[in-house]
Design a protein around this ligand. Structure first.
Ligand SMILES: [Fe+2]
Length: 346
């Protein structure tokens, strides 16, 4: 089940071109392309006549011609030509999805188009800040439900076991978590004081010796995460810490787009407050992060199988508190949306 009145990431902006392409979001097949002036278009990928995907047809100027009988649709999904002498049936149309380009990503609104407001797209602090560097990797395909990835991104503890060569330190095993429910999601965070930086961060922090480390894991509805890592010399961190001029901050953005109930497309990039133009650093960070996310993928693909085919009940632990709260609230939002849809249909 999915929240439909929400923005999801459909693609990287450079992936949508003048070629007709099919993408799948929330189980819906969608034909995407750019108009002659470069505007983004997303149409339901099924001709209303015999349901051949429009992406199997031809682009003609700013219209799409079905590859079966030539029915032709404009950028808002209206049929503008149909074969035969009977004219164009009034119900010859396909749904047109609102799209918006931001942060190098194309965002798609899956619900009622009248409610689509680009101001509701996830806010990314420092995206245009020239003092911050960015590294990006390719989108990843996960063979699991999107909520398993949301669980993972509300779970600072898993790094101790899943990411031993990169993000793990002794303190990540058992320092207690703090859980906060916000207006638009859940935050799980903790400060770990005076310990050795984990291997990945040892390579990038610009100070010697031990650190105080913040793990801030935040997921916002429906499925977008900010994972903030702060590393500051021991004695300068903590909730009331002054931080040091050499404090290293990495904001990791993670956008999960459900392909369907069992598959997820995962877009990510990191912003860092050091060496913005250092391409070698960006490359190294992308490679290391991608390696860590592949570790997550291996675990989550197996968790999907384990949880869908379980022969005995699973258990929850106190560390799951943030995830369970997130899932409960998202489910309440989905239920509310369905109730409104039912009322409108009556
Ligand atoms: Fe992870």
């Amino acid at each position: 089940m999915f929240l439909k009145n929400a923005w999801y990431v459909a693609a990287w902006d450079h992936d949508i071109t003048r070629d007709l392409q099919q993408i799948m979001v929330l189980g819906e097949k969608i034909c995407v392309f750019r108009s002659e002036v470069g505007a983004l278009v997303a149409l339901e990928d099924a001709c209303p006549h015999r349901k051949l995907p429009l992406s199997k047809g031809r682009i003609k100027g700013d219209t799409v011609e079905c590859g079966y009988h030539g029915l032709t649709f404009n950028c808002v999904g209206q049929c503008v030509w149909a074969p035969g002498s009977g004219g164009i049936p009034s119900n010859a149309k396909v749904h047109a999805y609102p799209l918006h380009e931001k942060y190098g990503l194309v965002w798609i609104w899956m619900g009622n188009p009248a409610l689509a407001d680009p101001a509701d797209i996830f806010e990314i602090e420092n995206y245009d800040n020239p003092a911050w560097g960015i590294n990006r990797g390719a989108a990843m395909e996960l063979d699991c439900n999107y909520l398993l990835m949301c669980d993972n991104l509300l779970d600072p503890t898993h790094v101790a076991w899943v990411h031993q060569s990169s993000f793990a330190a002794d303190a990540t095993k058992d320092t207690p978590l703090r859980i906060t429910k916000t207006e638009n999601g859940v935050i799980v965070h903790r400060w770990m004081m005076d310990h050795e930086p984990a291997p990945f961060y040892r390579k990038v922090v610009e100070f010697e010796g031990n650190c105080d480390r913040l793990q801030h894991y935040e997921v916002r509805y429906p499925s977008h995460a900010l994972i903030k890592a702060v590393f500051t010399p021991a004695g300068t961190g903590g909730p009331d810490g002054s931080l040091h001029e050499n404090t290293f901050i990495m904001d990791s953005y993670n956008f999960m787009t459900p392909t369907d109930e069992g598959r997820t497309r995962y877009y990510w990039f990191q912003l860092r407050n050091i060496r913005p133009d250092d391409d070698e650093l960006s490359r190294m960070m992308s490679e290391d992060v991608q390696h860590a996310f592949e570790e997550d993928r291996d675990v989550l693909n197996e968790v999907q199988k384990g949880m869908s085919n379980k022969t005995s009940p699973h258990i929850d632990l106190p560390i799951d508190g943030g995830q369970l709260r997130f899932r409960r609230q998202l489910q309440a939002m989905i239920n509310e949306e369905r109730q409104v849809d039912r009322q409108m249909a009556e």
